[in-house]
Structures are given as structure tokens and as C-alpha cells.
Design a protein around this ligand. Structure first.
Ligand SMILES: *Cc1c(COP(=O)(O)O)cnc(C)c1O
Length: 348
């Protein structure tokens, strides 16, 4: 066998949510509403053009995103999902042995992408079910190049407020990149959870990460982006795999952005369902941390696998993190009812 990098041998593979034909899938935090109106028609129209390479610079999409956020286009960098953009950010600042700090548990792509970039992951335990920003700031050394702040945090669903975020950013050296991953922004209460771009996005070391995979309903097309200082964004673009965002993905994302009002309406429905599911689960004596995302976290510890098996037997797929908890995506009302019925019959 060929010589394989030692850092890869210990690396866990990404665990996708299970797909089970005919089952209710509440495992991957996808939108239950399908793609926004207009997307399917645009894809059909554009299908005949796929023998051509896409626009390398995703010009129309970058323009639309810049207009949306009220920033110059030179502050935007796109990638094949915000997972690729995470990788691009790491490749921009991390050299061999450099440290990357993030809370744990958090987004499972962080340790994988950190190792692939040749960095060393520094996992800071959560406090309760929330990122411990004090401990994360204290974990920064002169080898630290990047800190991921997942807000709201996947999979624990909790979010940090303005004061905590600002205090944290003030403590992080200007040479260290702070990446605020806002994959679930559309589901957060803006009165409680600040928009990082508005709060401190103009700082020279802050990057805000967004995706079309969740509320925008385009997970299968792979589009994400970051808003960064112009000099940082220019480097992040260099680390993108050329043409990684396909032509259909670019077109669909522009159409989806134009449907923001509909996306917001759908997100509000999901938030209302999230509150209903939370209330009901608590009434059933489940411990449910306050969610600001499109999923809830059940910290069931060693019972997590058993709960997931019970749900699977009822043809509902949830996402267990063995020994820690179970993440349950909020679906359509009838899907959530199926989950709640199973939660009521589980003998933990
Ligand atoms: C789902 C998710 C993403 C987005 O992944 P894509 O690659 O854009 O599909 C990014 N960050 C977090 C925390 C997520 O949960």
C-alpha cells in the first residue's frame, strides 16, 4: 500500500444522517419544505448547459450575496457548501502543527477538516450544552491560527448572545481568525442571537460563514460562502477547488436568495414547531436545552443509541452521538408528531 499520512489514520469518517427508504428522516437538519419556489424550474432550464464549465468566479451569486449583506463583493468567497469554505479558511491560515480551537461537541466536520489541513485540533469541552467562550479564549496559544464559533451550535442547538461574543472577540489576538459559523442563522431569534456580521464583521480577523444547505433548502446542490475582510477573502478564494460550485448550484442559489421572504416564512413555521416539540418533550420529562436552530438536542448520554434504535423501529431516523445525546431535526408537523409519539413510548 502507498504511504498514507499518519494524521489520517486516527481520523473519524464523517457520519452522514442515515437514509432509509420510506422513513421520516430527521437526521441531517435539512429543510422539510424542499427547495424554494422557482429553483426546480431554473434547474430544468439550465440543465442543457451542463457540458460547459461554470463561471469560475460565481459572479452573479457573489453580486447577489454582496447586495443581500450590504458589503462589497470583494468580501465574499464561495465554496461547495460551507463545509468546503471551512476547509478553505483552514487552508488559508493553518500550517503543519498549527492549532485550531473549537468547542466540543460541535460540527463534526471541524476536526476532520482541521486534520486534512495538517492542523492540530484543540477541543474545548462545552459548559452545560453551550460553547464555553472563556475556556476557548484561554485555550488560544501562539500556535493558534483559527477558532470556530458555531452559533447556534450543532448538535447542541444552543446559542451565544451579543455580550459573550463581543467579550470573546476582544480577547482573541488580531492575528487569529475567528470563524462564526451561522449555518442556522435563519432559525435564531434576532433579539437573543446577534448577526455576527452586523455585530463585529468589520474586524480584520472575523469571518462569518453561511450556507444554502439548511433554511434555503439546497443541501444537495452544495453552496456556501463567507463574508470576510477583503484581503482575507482574496486568499480564501485561492484555496477553493476550481469550479467547485457548479453552474446549477450558482443559478439555484441566486433564485433562492430572491425567495428570502418565503424562506423566512418557512423558517418561522419550523421555529413554531420547534417550540411545540420542545414543550411536549419537556412535558414527557426529557431534558431539552433551549434551541435556536432547526433541531433539538436530547442529552441522553448512554441511552442515546437505545433511543435512536427505538425511533428507527418506528421508522423515524434521528442522529445519535453515542454516549452523548441525540439530535432531532424539526420536520413537518406530522413528522414531528411521529417523533413525539415515539418519545412518549420510549422506556429510557
Ligand atoms: C450543516 C452545517 C454546515 C453546512 O454544511 P454545508 O457544507 O454548507 O452543507 C456548516 N456548519 C454547520 C455547523 C452545520 O451544521
Amino acid at each position: 500500500m502507498v504511504h498514507v499520512r499518519a494524521s489520517l489514520s486516527q481520523l473519524p469518517a464523517y457520519v452522514p444522517g442515515r437514509k432509509l427508504p420510506g422513513a421520516i428522516v430527521l437526521a441531517s437538519n435539512e429543510s422539510p419544505f424542499g427547495p424554494p419556489p422557482g429553483v426546480a424550474g431554473t434547474l430544468a432550464e439550465a440543465a442543457g448547459g451542463v457540458s460547459r464549465y461554470p463561471d469560475l468566479n460565481a459572479t452573479d451569486l457573489v453580486q447577489a450575496l454582496a447586495a443581500r449583506h450590504g458589503v462589497d463583493p470583494d468580501r465574499i468567497a464561495v465554496g461547495a457548501g460551507s463545509s468546503e469554505v471551512c476547509g478553505q479558511l483552514l487552508h488559508t491560515v493553518v500550517g503543519p502543527g498549527d492549532e485550531v480551537v473549537f468547542g466540543w461537541r460541535s460540527f463534526e466536520a471541524y476536526p476532520i477538516l482541521t486534520a486534512v489541513a495538517g492542523g492540530t485540533a484543540v477541543k474545548v469541552p462545552l459548559r452545560g450544552h453551550t460553547l464555553d467562550l472563556d475556556a476557548m479564549a484561554a485555550a488560544i496559544t501562539d500556535r493558534t491560527r483559527l477558532v470556530f464559533v458555531c452559533n447556534p451550535n450543532n448538535p447542541t442547538s444552543t446559542a451565544l448572545g451579543e455580550r459573550e461574543l463581543l467579550d470573546f472577540a476582544d480577547r482573541v489576538p488580531r492575528e487569529v481568525m475567528i470563524v462564526v459559523d451561522e449555518a442556522y442563522r435563519e432559525y435564531a431569534d434576532p433579539a437573543l442571537v446577534p448577526d455576527a456580521l452586523a455585530l463585529f464583521g468589520d474586524r480584520p480577523n472575523v469571518v462569518v460563514l453561511r450556507t444554502f444547505s439548511k433554511a434555503y433548502g439546497l443541501a444537495g446542490l452544495r453552496v456556501g460562502y463567507c463574508v470576510a475582510p477583503p484581503d482575507v477573502a482574496a486568499h480564501v478564494r485561492k484555496t477553493q477547488v476550481p469550479f467547485s460550485v457548479g453552474a446549477l448550484a450558482q443559478r439555484a442559489a441566486v433564485v433562492a436568495l430572491g425567495e428570502s421572504a418565503e424562506v423566512a416564512r418557512q423558517a418561522a413555521l419550523t421555529v413554531a414547531e420547534r417550540e411545540r416539540v420542545t414543550r411536549r418533550l419537556r412535558a414527557l420529562h426529557y431534558n431539552v436545552p433551549e434551541s435556536q436552530a432547526n433541531f433539538v438536542w436530547l442529552p441522553l448520554g448512554d441511552d442515546s443509541a437505545d433511543f435512536a434504535v427505538h425511533c428507527l423501529a418506528g421508522r423515524v431516523v434521528v442522529r445519535p452521538f453515542f454516549g452523548e445525546g441525540v439530535r432531532v431535526t424539526i420536520g413537518l408537523p406530522e413528522e414531528n408528531d411521529a417523533l413525539l409519539a415515539l418519545a412518549a413510548t420510549w422506556k429510557g
